[in-house]
Design a protein around this ligand. Structure first.
Ligand code: NAP
Length: 299
């Protein structure tokens, strides 16, 4: 029950109306006995700074930040974690003792959660797309000591931006032997890379049910249909998308005998990591968050 003591936590982004975060966070917070309420709050870019400041003044206990504000919110933080700094993106705000926001990033932890327990040493990975989530994915893969990451993107400008960013901000600062390279979607070498890869991650919105792409099955496959004839059953396909479940790409992967992972677990685990930071409690009811999210998706 919302009472005079109930405290606010929530999500800032634009749009936020399809977000699963309120459903999973409110289920978890109730179970944890926290008198908090999680709301998804649409926020235009021009209002971001003032809204972040106002929520702090309203004793907000924590915020998630989503598209398109993950970069711009950094200006509203008076401390930012080394990981968020390296990625240039914040997805979690925590009120600090100095009366400001600490900016953190839990996307990498969320991405890595379903990949735990396997030895990735000397494996080869392909990342499709080079936008915001691709940065968290690449940073996560570097933590796994993957030997080679190939980023495949449609635009040379965006690809170069992404690679240059990593060369400047990540690789130079780490004793990391991961080879990071980029290819355009028009390259002829993609077939061979697909055959060799142990892990392929889709970070593009291609295949998402709410994207503007037509419902034609073939156009829902990143890189088109032909390239996936080269898939081997040893390859794990990881799609960051979680609506529909599974995507056309994961369905095709399954037909080739591949292990498939969708984006729901990443979403749940990054949310659980945020809640751990806000509540300073390590015991987060992750199973309950998963159940709440799955139930919501099927209704
Ligand atoms: P983003 O920053 O806009 O990046 C999207 C990337 O995909 C860009 O490289 C873009 O290329 C490329 N792209 C877009 N449309 C394409 C198309 N039709 N063909 C080929 N490439 C295309 O978006 P994001 O934040 O990374 O999100 C990407 C996807 O991941 C979304 O579906 C999102 O829902 C999902 N996601 C899931 C989670 C999770 O927790 N599971 C977290 C974050 C994101 P250009 O640069 O050329 O435009």
């Amino acid at each position: 029950m919302i009472s005079g003591n109930t405290k606010l936590v929530g999500l800032l982004g634009q749009p936020v109306n399809h977000s699963l975060s309120p459903v999973m966070h409110n289920a978890a917070m109730k179970d944890m006995g926290l008198d908090w309420c999680y709301l998804a709050m649409p926020c235009e870019a021009k209002n971001l700074e003032v809204i972040a400041k106002t929520l702090l003044n309203l004793n907000c206990q924590g915020l998630n930040i989503t598209i398109p504000h993950k970069q711009n919110i950094i200006k509203s933080c008076n401390n930012i974690s080394p990981l968020a700094k390296r990625l240039g993106a914040v997805n979690t705000l925590i009120p600090n003792k100095e009366g400001g926001w600490d900016g953190m990033n839990t996307d990498v932890e969320g991405f890595l959660a379903p990949l735990k327990g396997k030895n990735w040493n000397q494996s080869k990975a392909i990342v499709l797309g080079c936008g915001g989530s691709a940065r968290a994915v690449i940073a996560g893969l570097q933590n796994l000591n993957i030997s080679q990451i190939t980023v495949i993107a449609r635009r040379e400008y965006s690809l170069n931006n992404c690679l240059t960013y990593f060369k400047k901000n990540i690789l130079e600062s780490e004793t990391n032997s991961t080879l990071l390279k980029g290819l355009l979607t028009t390259s002829k070498n993609i077939d061979r890379l697909v055959e060799e890869a142990e892990l392929i991650i889709n970070t593009t919105p291609v295949g998402m049910s709410s994207s503007n792409i037509s419902n034609n099955h073939l156009s829902q496959l990143p890189l088109g249909e032909k390239i996936w004839n080269h898939l081997r059953p040893k390859t794990i396909l990881y799609d960051l998308i979680y609506t529909p479940r599974p995507t056309a790409w994961l369905t095709l992967g399954k037909q080739h005998g591949c292990e498939i992972i969708d984006g729901l677990e990443m979403l749940i685990q990054q949310g659980a990591a945020s809640l751990r930071l806000w509540s300073k409690n390590d015991k987060i009811p992750v199973d309950l968050m998963r159940l709440a999210a799955e139930k919501y998706l099927t209704t």
